[in-house]
Write a protein that binds this ligand. Structure first.
Ligand SMILES: [Zn+2]
Ligand SMILES: [Zn+2]
Length: 241
């Protein structure tokens, strides 16, 4: 299996990432990617892009260095209602959308039941294509409920390479990713893979993703990032265009 598209990365615009769009595109193309998605943090993340940033993404070329580009957003899930931090008129314009729980925006864990509800309600949103790093043990969830809702809503669950790094700051990510993958395999639920790179040198390195996919003998047909066409056919918002 070869992962050829990356659905999750950040540039200097996010405020705590260190490469430009051009640097990211060049590195992604050199790493052999067919597609790189730039998904900057949405406005509730401290020191990140404001709404105007997202309103102007249409001017950026969607092909750079021979590689497809997508420009979207990593939304913050703010509460158990699944509230996210961009209005519908901007969500409509995004090529790709991820919704994630981040401590600075969501606060402390609210317990398994409420954390699970937060993800489930976010997945019900027709503009949320991907749940980002649901492996984060600092926000424990009922993985079976999440996997079943992903199937019902056509939302992709992400296996996040940065989460899985041994020096990563999220907790129990390998154990949780394996649990998630085994449930996706059982129920036939599609996953995506994101590097969550915050600098160009991290692009194209999916070693920790490959490790967990191999560990549970995960079926290639359920991985949408093995080609650009396959990915696009599984983005629920893209399909609406
Ligand atoms: Zn994130
Ligand atoms: Zn991210």
């Amino acid at each position: 299996m070869k992962i050829k598209t990356d659905t999750h990365s950040h540039t200097i615009a996010s405020g705590h990432a260190y490469s430009t769009i051009r640097e990211m595109a060049k590195a992604g193309a050199e790493a052999g990617l067919e597609m790189l998605a730039i998904t900057e943090h949405a406005p509730m993340m401290p020191e990140t892009c404001g709404r105007f940033y997202f309103s102007n993404l249409g001017i950026i070329p969607r092909k750079m260095y021979g590689m497809q580009m997508m420009f979207g957003v990593e939304l913050n899930i703010l509460d158990e209602e699944g509230t996210i931090d961009l209005p519908e008129n901007l969500l409509k314009q995004m090529d790709i959308t991820i919704a994630s729980i981040h401590g600075p925006c969501y606060g402390e864990s609210k317990g398994i039941e409420k954390n699970t509800k937060a993800y489930i309600n976010a997945m019900k949103n027709p503009y949320v294509c991907i749940i980002g790093h649901p492996d984060d043990g600092r926000f424990p969830v009922d993985y079976e409920a999440i996997v079943k809702m992903a199937k019902e809503t056509g939302t992709l669950l992400e296996i996040n390479n940065s989460s899985l790094r041994p020096d990563g700051f999220r907790e129990n990510t390998r154990e949780n990713s394996l649990l998630l993958l085994r449930l996706c395999k059982k129920y036939g639920v599609f996953i995506t893979t994101g590097s969550d790179s915050h600098i160009d040198t991290e692009l194209g390195d999916f070693r920790y993703v490959y490790d967990v996919l191999e560990e549970c003998d995960f079926p290639e047909e359920l991985v949408v990032t093995t080609s650009y066409e396959k990915l696009v056919s599984h983005l629920k918002h893209w399909k609406k265009r």
